[in-house]
Ligand binder design. Structure first.
Ligand code: NAG
Ligand code: NAG
Ligand code: NAG
Length: 273
């Protein structure tokens, strides 16, 4: 389990996306910055663009490909928003894109797709930001990211347990989502995220605290397998098949893993600051 968690984090830390076409070259990569390095207007613009996607209608192009007896999720709600569709494809593809060679490539592709939608449909002008979780790893619950209650530029705090753990502050306090059931954005914090899955055999220590098993040092040790060589890192971790087509459920143009192995290769064009 630690391995999967570490991979999720590594994806956040290392490599996720900007726009461009497959044949394009990347001469001026966009620069992804840590959330705290964004100005208040830049944060506000990102939040506004996400809220904008959540006001756009469902996209009929959405075509789930995993049988629901396997994905085990509710059907698509066509009264939901474009943002719900984006969330849905990640849930639909859950079994294909986690613990497989699609793990890094899919998530890099996915963030790129979301960023492109924000740009093309909502006029977003920035690059996608990231969260350097290691700064807050000693106490994620009290991370400044979740203590910024500014109604326009803040991410807001944890949900109110007395109000269905719906988020009460920040720029997402009115974010309505239709999946899996209609609700206002909920957020709950726990250091034991796998406790509810105690009966699933793959979770060998479900009661373990995340701040014990999942530390910056553990992640650093993984990343240091192949210092300075992200492509090598992906092969060491996931054995990606370069010609495999990344599934996108009809929502986004399909590309291969090869197309997203390099974040400045042309299809993708960004760096992390
Ligand atoms: C589908 O979404 C709409 C809009 O949020 C909501 O009113 C409706 O109850 C949802 N239907 C189901 C079955 O959840
Ligand atoms: C929120 O998380 C806490 C553990 O931190 C848990 O006790 C509680 O049941 C959770 N609330 C909901 C509604 O899931
Ligand atoms: C994990 O977090 C809990 C609650 O904040 C804290 O009491 C504990 O000392 C932390 N453990 C580590 C190893 O950081």
């Amino acid at each position: 389990m630690f391995r999967l968690s570490a991979l999720v984090l590594s994806a956040v830390l290392l490599g996720l996306s900007f726009s461009g076409s497959r044949a394009a070259t990347c001469t001026r990569p966009s620069v992804r910055r840590e959330w705290r390095k964004l100005s208040a207007p830049e944060r506000a613009e990102w939040i506004a663009a996400i809220n904008c996607l959540a006001r756009l209608p469902h996209d009929d192009a959405l075509t789930p490909i995993v049988d629901r007896s396997i994905s085990n999720i509710p059907p698509v709600n066509t009264s939901g928003s474009y943002w719900d569709d984006i969330v849905y494809i990640h849930m639909d593809l859950n079994t294909r894109i986690h613990s497989t060679g699609f793990f890094f490539p899919f998530h890099r592709f996915y963030v790129h797709a979301v960023e492109s939608a924000m740009t093309e449909r909502c006029g977003y002008t920035g690059a996608f930001p990231y969260w350097d979780w290691s700064i807050d790893a000693h106490d994620v619950e009290h991370s400044p990211l979740f203590e910024d209650s500014n109604p326009i530029s803040g991410l807001g705090g944890w949900g109110d347990p007395a109000k269905d753990i719906q988020v009460q502050t920040g720029g997402f306090r009115h974010l309505e989502v239709a999946y899996p059931v209609p609700h206002v954005l909920r957020r709950n914090f726990t250091l034991q995220p796998f406790l509810p899955f105690a009966s699933v055999p793959v979770f060998t220590a479900p009661e373990q605290y995340a701040n014990v098993s999942f530390t910056p040092e553990r992640v650093r040790a993984l990343v240091d397998w192949t210092p300075g060589d992200f492509v090598g890192f992906q092969f060491a971790m996931e054995f990606p098949e370069l010609d495999s087509v990344i599934p996108a459920d009809g929502m986004f143009p399909e590309v291969t893993i090869r197309d997203v192995m390099d974040t400045t290769g042309g299809y993708l064009c960004y760096v992390y600051e």
